[in-house]
Design a protein around this ligand. Structure first.
Ligand SMILES: Cc1cc2nc3c(=O)[nH]c(=O)nc-3n(C[C@H](O)[C@H](O)[C@H](O)COP(=O)(O)OP(=O)(O)OC[C@H]3O[C@@H](n4cnc5c(N)ncnc54)[C@H](O)[C@@H]3O)c2cc1C
Length: 480
């Protein structure tokens, strides 16, 4: 007999577990499905829960305020006062992102998944989702393989796609002009991440600081991305990694005659951090070492289709500058769960009735991400010398922090500095920064008039794409 659910949530990571918890809360029949074993929700790949695991306190507070779920140890492994980004020459730094936590990620997602079960969701582990079931242009369920590798179909009125970046639900939607099925490879960062323990001889705030999450911008070490060293609760344990953009890595290798890969750069980065003496993998939950991808574009322009919603990495939600995706996944999980429950109760799961989720997500988080994508593309066009110079001369601390939050700096103080800028390349880079800031304003204006219904959406999306193409044409990756 075919069982039918109100809502299927595919993927029990951060976004999916919260969406299921919220949707199940007032009595709907919700099924949360994941390919992992029961005790490993949110494990992205056989490599583990590959992530930097840093999350801003403000995002955790959003969850507590909105649905009453609060966090403590063990899932909050370590508190930090903020993030500090260093220039390639290590001579300048910008602090940003305020108070936050480094998570024990497996514990964090277990807690979210258990919260979903407590709220009444059913859990189906070891189910590999393969495709959406489509009927009359509506998504009406999922198909996949159960733990005995048997093909199975499960029906529902609505499916929430929280399968992460590798989602095969979004990729297999019917052809439509609303949700893209693919993401440009240059909008992805390939990442490596280790959790290491090491002999602590001395702290060095440029490389390891128990109070701060440290980021190293360096186009040679992490072309088109950055390296990070995030402290864990035990003194002498860190989450360390790099992200690189494919085109930047290829250009860098060609220009300097090297053949580096993500793996070789990761190992170089570990050597670059002088305080890491005798590093050994810390392999709790078999989560010590892994590689995965994260997107750094604006979230997909539309997050809903008939009988379908997406939340988290499946919809490219991470912050385009920092690649922080836990926060937006928490926000989207809650908003998707709320809107899904509403639509099922209203007996209307059409794209039109789900549209409010687009508006809710944009109001809470998504309005600013296209602007941040512009800044990320601009940054990827600068070599180390210009980044060093720019850190010292282009922006004040406040302006830099504003940019990382998607707020647009006026460049007022910097404008004065411009009068004394030295070197053609630097002056060009500053003028390009002004162009980038103007483009950020264009995107913020476009998102301020995000269509209230699906009616004018396709035209609006076209404007967003052509404007972003202009930015990409102007700023090509140029790491060395
Ligand atoms: C190396 C790295 C470092 C990062 N650092 C940070 C950071 O410091 N801070 C931050 O905020 N963000 C960071 N991010 C981004 C962050 O990890 C993601 O944004 C976040 O995990 C998104 O959560 P999600 O629930 O959308 O997806 P995921 O966490 O990817 O969860 C998806 C779930 O779906 C399941 N699934 C996938 N496919 C199937 C299938 N076919 N069938 C059944 N189940 C399936 C998976 O098993 C998993 O449980 C980083 C990402 C990477 C790769």
């Amino acid at each position: 007999m075919q069982e039918e659910y109100d809502i299927i949530v595919a993927g029990s990571g951060v976004a999916g577990s919260l969406a299921a918890a919220v949707a199940a809360k007032d009595g709907l029949k919700v099924l949360l499905v994941d390919k992992n074993s029961e005790n490993e929700p949110g494990k992205k790949t056989n490599w583990g829960w590959v992530c930097g695991d840093a999350v801003a306190k403000s995002h955790l507070d959003f969850v507590t305020k909105r649905i009453g779920l609060s966090f403590s140890e063990p899932e909050l492994d370590h508190k930090v006062e903020g993030v500090v980004a260093y220039s390639p020459d290590m001579q300048s730094k910008f602090p940003f992102d305020g108070e936050g936590f480094i998570l024990d990620r497996p514990e964090f997602v277990r807690k979210l998944k258990n919260f979903a079960l407590k709220n009444g969701a059913e859990y189906l582990p070891e189910f590999d989702v393969e495709a959406p079931i489509v009927k009359d242009n509506f998504i009406v369920g999922i198909s996949g393989k159960d733990k005995n590798m048997k093909n199975k179909e499960i029906k529902a009125k609505l499916v929430i796609d929280a399968l992460g970046i590798s989602t095969n639900l979004r990729r297999k939607l019917p052809d439509n002009p609303y949700i893209d099925k693919t993401i440009d490879v240059e909008d992805l960062e390939s990442t490596g991440r280790y959790i290491y323990e090491f002999d602590v001889e001395k702290d060095d705030p440029k490389f390891y600081d128990q109070k701060y999450a440290i980021i190293h911008l360096n186009q040679n070490i992490a072309p088109g991305g950055y390296g990070w060293v995030f402290p864990k609760s035990k003194h002498g344990r860190v989450n360390i990694g790099i992200g690189v953009q494919r085109a930047s890595l290829i250009k860098r290798n060609n220009k300097i005659g090297k053949n580096d890969t993500l793996q070789s750069l990761m190992d170089e980065y570990v050597k670059f951090i002088p305080i890491l003496k005798n590093p050994k993998l810390y392999n709790k939950d078999n989560n010590g070492k892994g590689y995965w991808s994260v997107s750094v574009r604006r979230q997909l322009e539309c997050l809903v289709y008939n009988g379908y919603m997406g939340a988290g990495d499946s919809m490219a939600m991470p912050n385009p500058i920092s690649a922080g995706g836990i926060g937006p996944a928490l926000v989207a999980g809650i908003l998707a769960g709320e809107n899904a429950a509403r639509a099922v109760r209203e007996k209307d799961v059409s794209m039109k009735n789900l549209w409010k989720y687009n508006l809710d997500f944009n109001a809470e988080y998504g309005n600013k991400t296209a602007g941040m994508e512009v800044f990320r593309i601009y940054l990827q066009s600068l070599n180390n010398d210009i980044i060093n110079y720019g850190f010292r001369n282009f922006l004040t601390d406040k302006e830099a922090v504003d940019l990382t939050y998607g707020r647009i700096p006026e460049l007022s103080i910097s404008t004065k500095v411009k009068m004394v800028l030295k070197g053609v390349a630097n002056i060009n880079a500053f003028n390009n920064l002004r162009y980038a800031v103007d483009e950020m304003k264009v995107f913020n204006k476009l998102y301020a008039v995000y269509p209230k219904t699906p009616d004018n959406f396709v035209e609006w999306k076209q404007k967003v794409i052509s404007e972003m193409n202009k930015v990409k044409e102007r700023f090509e990756p140029n790491p060395v």
